[in-house]
Unconditional design. Structure first.
Length: 380
């Protein structure tokens, strides 16, 4: 079953995330051209995380009861339609609103796509298929910034926005016409359990804490790396896109290997060790004063992310078999959404106060360290 379904879902998610990746790394530069303050830079990224954090648990629970396909289709169609509106946006407030709606659409797509994989992953191979799905889904985000950098530099942002809309529409058509409804795996407990009862799991609490703090840091990274590279170091958008791409590519290329490792070794230990592999390069970003040093730092971050993401997703699949895959997969997405709310706002405030991007990266590393500690505590 998984070998027949996985390619369709992988191509659809790759296409969608390719479209998203085209513009996300350049939103902060786009917003600064509209004279957005640091707080509004944070708000533009916060809107996405806020809406996603609200919608993903609801959509995940409903998908456990009514099926996955309809939520995937609605989310992708909404994302495509809203993407077109970016062409006519003229101020930071409109940009924040558009990102809010896109976040709601994303909350119906990505946790449910991961739940589909969890539904059909054979026992004992959770790491393997989570690794494959991470590589397939997020490689689109690797190609996206590189493609977006070239499009923006040579054709302008409007072409990048139109490309985002077209690619998400293609993903919608693939899901609508070629993706079958997945028969969900029966759980060992009552799927009507509340999220409060589900949160008694130490694994769920630990991963929730880790994903929340990592998202705070990743949100700060996505907002301020383009500003640091573009304004302070004077790099062109093509090179900025390459930095984001190497971060994601290194994560995606190693994810299948990380998946096999997660099926053979202690997943908890892998999550902790790889978290430090991500945090240390984050703190070193302000010291990287040229493209190649930034390139190396971003690659090292991707390696740490690949192991952390795959091992933690495999742990979540195990818990999903107890509580319902859609509901359980939505909780890390909720954590990431909340982190994307808090992180960019906090780092935006630091940017306004210190008039420097450096505190944003130190903040990201610090909260990530806190999250790793909480993960160890809850899963002890």
């Amino acid at each position: 079953m998984i070998k027949k379904v996985f390619p369709i879902l992988a191509i659809s998610m790759f296409t969608s995330i390719l479209g998203i990746g085209i513009i996300v790394p350049f939103l902060s530069l786009y917003a600064t051209e509209m004279e957005a303050t640091g707080i509004w830079l944070g708000m533009i990224f916060t809107g996405y995380g806020l809406a996603s954090s609200i919608v993903s648990p609801i959509a995940g629970r409903l998908s456990d009861r009514r099926g996955r396909k309809q939520f995937l289709a609605i989310g992708l169609l909404t994302y495509s339609i809203v993407s077109v509106s970016f062409i006519w946006i003229v101020n930071p407030y409109q940009l924040a609103l558009a990102r809010l709606i896109q976040g709601a659409a994303g909350g119906m797509v990505f946790p449910i796509a991961m739940a589909c994989i969890g539904d059909i992953s054979p026992e004992g191979e959770e790491g393997k298929w989570m690794g494959y799905s991470t590589a397939a889904f997020f490689s689109g985000f690797g190609f996206g910034p590189l493609m977006g950098g070239v499009l923006t530099e040579h054709f302008g942002m409007d072409v990048a926005f139109a490309s985002m809309a077209g690619l998400n529409m293609l993903a919608f058509l693939l899901i609508t016409f070629f993706f079958p409804e997945i028969k969900q795996r029966k759980t060992s407990t009552d799927t009507s359990l509340s999220f409060r009862e589900m949160s008694t799991s130490g694994i769920i609490k630990g991963i929730f804490s880790l994903r929340f703090t990592q998202a705070m840091g990743r949100g700060s990274f996505m907002v301020f790396l383009p500003i640091f590279a573009g304004i302070i170091l004077g790099l062109k958008t093509t090179f900025i896109g390459a930095l984001i791409s190497v971060h994601v590519f290194s994560m995606c290329l190693l994810s299948p290997i990380a998946g096999h490792i997660a099926d053979r070794y202690d997943r908890r230990a892998l999550v902790v060790l790889s978290s430090f592999m991500y945090l240390i390069p984050m703190a070193l970003i302000p010291l990287a004063r040229n493209f190649w040093l930034l390139f190396l730092v971003c690659a090292l971050q991707g390696i740490g992310s690949s192991i952390s993401m795959t091992a933690s997703q495999a742990l979540i699949v195990e818990e999903g078999r107890k509580f319902g895959m859609g509901s359980t997969m939505s909780l890390p997405m909720l954590a990431m959404g909340l982190g994307m709310v808090v992180g960019p706002l906090a780092s935006g405030g630091l940017y306004d106060f210190f008039v420097s991007t450096d505190p944003a990266f130190y903040f990201a590393a610090g909260v990530g360290l806190l999250g790793a500690g909480l993960f160890v505590w809850f899963t002890r």
